[in-house]
Every structure is written in C-alpha cells, then in structure tokens.
Ligand binder design. Structure first.
Ligand code: MG
Length: 230
C-alpha cells in the first residue's frame, strides 16, 4: 500500500510529512508498552519486576555472622501485655515499641558479630533503627522480594543461606519451626538459632548465649582448623 502511493495509487504518501506519523506512533507505543508488559508479567508470576543480585557476605572476616530479625526481637507490639521498660516510636510500618535495653544488647552483639538485618523491614531497618540503637554504620540488608509474610520466617532461609555461604552464622528470630532446625543442622559450619519470645524481645540471656557461642566458634576454628557444629 505504501509503495503504491509513489505511483499515484491509493495509500499513504511517505513524502508528505504526515505519512510517517502512524509508524512513529507504533514505534513509540512499542517502546512505552514493552517495559510495562514485562513488569505486568513479572508481577503476575509473583516475582519482583527487577531481579537484583543476591547479596553475599562481603568479607571473610573472623567474626561470625549474626542475622537479626526486628519484629518480635527489637521492635515489639505496643499492645503486648507485660512489656519490658521502653518507648513507643513511629517506625517501620507504624507504631512500634522498642525496649530500652535493646540499644545496649545490640551494641554488645555488634562488637563481636558481623550483624546483618534479616527482616521484612529490609532497608527501613537502617533508616529507622540505626540511630535509635546507637550503631555507627549501616548494616547489610537482606531483601526478600515480595516473599515477606508476617507471622513466619521460612521465606528468609534461602537468602540467609546464600549470604552466609561457608561462614559460622547465628540467627535471632521470633518465628522458628522445624524447617529452620533442619537448615541449621544441615549446615556444615557452626550454626546457632536463638528463638525469641515476641512479647519480651531479645534479652540479656540471649546475648550471653550468643557471645559464648561466638567465642566457642573462634576457639574451635583456630584450635584444629575444623569448625564444629553447634
Ligand atoms: Mg519477627
């Protein structure tokens, strides 16, 4: 049809300046709709539209890793009965209660572990809690796409496993079940799960246990070069 126009036949004349408009419009539509279609496809198939590389631990430092949950560990429900001394803050996704002791407890852990946020808060952890907890530097953040679900933490296992690689790792969370126990027992490296009561959050006893474990992993790793499982 387009070719016929040059010969005086019916169709669109490419030389009249207006003839290129439909093609340009089609091209523009494809350019604009292509990315939108890709995002719609990704959302429909339950995947994030942008595939970010899975972070892994940046160093092979001598400190063990500690994956730290937030809700039920550091940030408690303000409506829980018998809360430890603390204050209500507007943080994360709304009102949350942070016990006064959290700052000192997390600080002690930061001195002995390489802390990593492992929470549905994702990057809001650094923006919301860093100053409150007195931490100097932003912590690495695990992200979970759209897999985060309130009231569970099995969706964290895969990312934590890949991040930890072959390093000793502890994990503090208020939602552990047999899947976590299997994961921990299957790891050849020293691995420790610390379950926390979400009504009380992390405690002095948890921190003592973690520090003892960190000392034992270092001792075991340096004494015969073969870390043992905890
Ligand atoms: Mg939690």
């Amino acid at each position: 049809v387009l070719g016929d126009a040059r010969n005086g036949g019916p169709g669109v004349d490419l030389d009249d300046g207006l003839g290129a408009a439909p093609e340009a419009l089609l091209l523009l539509t494809l350019v604009l709709l292509g990315p939108l279609a890709a995002i719609a496809f990704a959302l429909r198939h339950n995947a994030p539209p942008v595939t970010a590389p899975v972070p892994v631990a940046s160093s092979n430092g001598d400190r063990p890793l500690l994956f730290l949950d937030i809700d039920g560990v550091i940030a408690l429900s303000p409506w829980s009965p018998d809360l430890p001394p603390g204050r209500v803050y507007t943080l994360g996704y709304g009102l949350t209660y942070v016990p006064d002791a959290a700052r000192e407890l997390v600080g002690r852990l930061a001195s002995r572990f390489e802390l990593v946020w492992a929470s549905g808060w994702e990057h809001q952890a650094n923006s919301g809690l860093l100053t409150l907890l007195g931490l100097d530097d932003e912590l690495p953040v695990l992200t979970f796409g759209n897999k985060a679900r309130h009231g569970s933490s099995d969706w964290k296992i895969d990312r934590i496993d890949r991040y930890a690689r072959s390093r000793p790792a502890a994990w503090v969370d208020d939602h552990f079940d047999r899947r976590h126990v299997h994961w921990a027992s299957d790891r050849p490296e020293p691995t420790l799960l610390i379950p926390v009561d979400p009504r009380a959050g992390i405690s002095e006893e948890h921190v003592e246990r973690l520090l003892e474990w960190a000392a034992s992993t270092t001792r075991t790793a340096t004494s015969d070069g073969t870390p043992s499982r905890s």
